[in-house]
Design a protein around this ligand. Structure first.
Ligand SMILES: Nc1ncnc2c1ncn2[C@@H]1O[C@H](COP(=O)(O)OP(=O)(O)OP(=O)(O)O)[C@@H](O)[C@H]1O
Ligand SMILES: [Mg+2]
Length: 284
């Protein structure tokens, strides 16, 4: 986890400078500790993520991690130009590059180095790509789980801030929704927006959201009622954090929101910092 969040921290700055999103998608459970050469693994991820950010002009780059069949699977996906099938194998060789405006900003060594390092670790690297749709580089590393970790697992404190959360935003005002969504996406989160309570309930039922931002004043079923309905339908072991958002000032809304089962409370207008703090509090 620490290694992945380190890479995310370094790459997110680059992504923001280019107007791209950088998402981190960790499929749990990932072992708390693995035995491997963290410096080299980081070098591979940075090479692949730097490429993805370099060649992508619109959209996002996602770093995905999963433990399956005794292997650590890491991948970097982008929504960039893609790589024609005929060139795919060749690009893993030294000094091989496609034509393009970014050609002079590198020497064509990154992928060759990745392939050599992955090979030395007994793993494999593959590319899946479709022209005009993007590319995904898959890295598989056969790493051992240590029997007795030297240290107890300590997550970096910023882990929530660096993870990409799947969030549901329930807000009927399209302009306000666009602003909140923008602030959350800039922090690397995946946001789905709905404008009323019924759609919100349908989303909660089908989706796998990690937190909900819920406007209290909605047409039809209001935020208090939605929160109560969500809590009624929930299993006790899967409680989605709900943060109330309101334009009302003063009054007893905060108390009523808590009574309806909400975990956080924010007043508009909102800043990115307030959203991040609320998430840190309710998701951590
Ligand atoms: N995510 C990607 N999307 C599109 N093309 C890519 C992507 N990753 C690599 N390529 C293509 O593969 C070529 C080789 O990549 P590689 O990382 O080896 O070299 P480079 O990035 O050009 O230079 P260097 O890594 O040495 O700075 C790139 O020049 C580019 O044409
Ligand atoms: Mg490169």
């Amino acid at each position: 986890h620490a290694l992945i969040y380190d890479v995310a921290r370094l790459e997110r700055g680059l992504a923001q400078a280019k107007g791209l999103h950088f998402y981190v998608d960790i499929i749990e459970p990932l072992p708390a500790w693995l035995l491997g050469d963290s410096v080299r693994i980081k070098q591979i991820l940075l090479n692949l993520a730097n490429n993805a950010l370099k060649f992508t002009e619109y959209g996002s780059v996602t770093l995905h991690a999963e433990w399956a069949e005794e292997n650590l699977h890491l991948s970097i996906s982008d929504t960039g130009p893609g790589i024609p099938e005929a060139s795919q194998a060749r690009l893993f060789q030294r000094f091989e590059q496609e034509q393009g405006p970014q050609r002079n900003s590198g020497s064509g060594l990154g992928l060759a180095i990745c392939r050599e390092l992955v090979g030395l670790m007994g793993g494999s690297i593959d590319l899946q790509s479709r022209v005009a749709h993007g590319s995904t580089f898959h890295v598989r590393l056969p790493l051992a789980i240590p029997e007795q970790p030297a240290l107890s697992p300590i997550w970096p404190v910023e882990s929530v801030a660096l993870r990409s959360l799947r969030l549901l935003l329930v807000e009927d005002d399209a302009t306000v929704a666009a602003v909140i969504r923008g602030l959350l996406e800039r922090q690397g989160h995946l946001v789905r927006h709905v404008g009323n309570g019924l759609n919100a309930l349908a989303e909660v039922e089908q989706g796998t959201y990690e937190a909900i931002f819920l406007d209290l004043d909605l047409p039809g079923v209001d935020g208090f009622q939605i929160a109560q309905l969500v809590r009624q339908c929930e299993d006790s072991d899967r409680r989605i954090p709900i943060v109330a958002v309101t334009a009302r000032s003063g009054g007893d809304e905060e108390l009523r929101a808590r009574e309806a089962g909400m975990d956080g409370f924010l007043r508009k207008p909102l800043t990115g910092e307030q959203l991040a703090e609320a998430l840190q509090r309710v998701v951590a």
